[in-house]
Ligand binder design. Structure first.
Ligand code: SAH
Length: 231
C-alpha cells in the first residue's frame, strides 16, 4: 500500500532529523515491522480516514487524539521490548499504540479513562484479531496492580509528575516511557528506569505535545479537569 510506505518513510525521515536528540538514526527493525503490520486507518474515525497514513495526530473524539506515527514508533522503540514481555499502557485512546505493542510483546494491558473510547478500542482490536490486549476503564495514575510487575509501562498522555504507583508496578531494570509536563506548556518525553536499589534514573529524550493525563479525582464524572469546581 502506497500510503503505508509513505508513512514508514516519513517516520524514518523524522527519526533521522531528530537523531541528535533521540540518540539514534534509526528505530529497531522489530518496531518498524510492527508499524508496517497494523492498519492505522482502522483506528481513525471514518470521516478522517484520508489522514490515516499522514505523519500527524488525528482527532478521535472526546477531545482526544491518536498520536503521530513517529511518536508511536519512537515510544515503542524506547520501551525496548522483548517478545516475552508483559507491558502496561496508560491512555488507550484509539487502541492504535496498544495494537503496535501487541505485535511486539506477549501481553498488553491498557487503561483508558473515557469509557466510550475503551469500548471502541476493544471493538477495533477484536475485529483485527489482536487477542493479547486487555483494556479496562479507570484512572491510569493508579496503574493495574493485579498484573504487576510489568516489563515496561508506556504513558500516552502528559503527566505533571511521575506517578509513584507506576514505578512500584515496574520490574527492576524495566522502563517507563512518559511525557512529563503541564498541559499547553513544554513537555518532555522521558525514559525512566527502575534501578535495583529502587531508585529511578531518568533520561530526557525529546520535547513533545500530548493531551493531559487527568488526575484521579476528576475522572468519576468527567474526563476533563474541572478547574472551577475544586474538591
Ligand atoms: N495511545 C492512544 C493515544 C492516546 S491520547 C492511541 O494510540 O490512540 C491519550 C489518552 O489518554 C486519551 O484517550 C485520554 O482519555 C486518556 N487519559 C487521560 N488521562 C487518563 C488517566 N488518568 N487514565 C487513563 N487514561 C487517561
Amino acid at each position: 500500500m502506497k500510503e503505508m510506505r509513505q508513512m514508514l518513510s516519513d517516520i524514518e525521515w523524522e527519526v533521522k532529523l531528530t537523531r541528535s536528540m533521540i540518540g539514534k538514526a534509526a528505530l529497531s527493525d522489530r518496531v518498524m515491522a510492527a508499524m508496517k503490520q497494523v492498519p492505522r486507518h482502522k483506528f481513525i474515525p471514518k470521516a478522517l480516514r484520508e489522514y490515516a497514513y499522514q505523519n500527524g495526530p488525528v482527532p478521535i473524539g472526546f477531545g482526544q487524539t491518536i498520536s503521530q506515527p513517529y511518536i508511536v514508533a519512537l515510544m515503542s522503540d524506547l520501551l525496548d521490548t522483548k517478545p516475552s514481555d508483559v507491558v502496561l499502557e496508560i491512555g488507550t485512546g484509539s487502541g492504535y499504540q496498544a495494537a503496535i505493542l501487541s505485535k511486539l510483546v506477549r501481553q498488553v494491558y491498557s487503561i483508558e479513562v473515557v469509557e466510550e473510547l475503551a469500548t471502541m478500542a476493544r471493538t477495533h482490536l477484536h475485529e483485527l484479531g489482536y487477542n493479547n490486549v486487555e483494556i479496562r476503564t479507570g484512572d491510569g495514575n493508579l496503574g493495574w496492580p493485579e498484573h504487576a510487575p510489568y516489563d515496561g509501562i508506556i504513558v500516552t498522555a502528559a503527566a505533571p509528575h511521575i506517578p509513584q504507583s507506576l514505578i512500584d508496578q515496574l520490574h527492576t531494570g524495566a522502563r517507563l516511557v512518559i511525557p512529563l509536563g503541564l498541559p499547553y506548556s513544554a513537555q518532555e518525553l522521558m525514559v525512566v528506569e527502575k534501578k535495583p536499589d529502587g531508585k529511578i534514573e531518568t533520561q530526557d529524550v525529546l520535547s513533545v505535545a500530548f493531551v493531559p493525563l487527568v488526575e484521579g479525582r476528576n475522572t468519576s464524572s468527567s474526563h476533563q479537569p474541572d478547574r472551577h469546581n475544586p474538591m
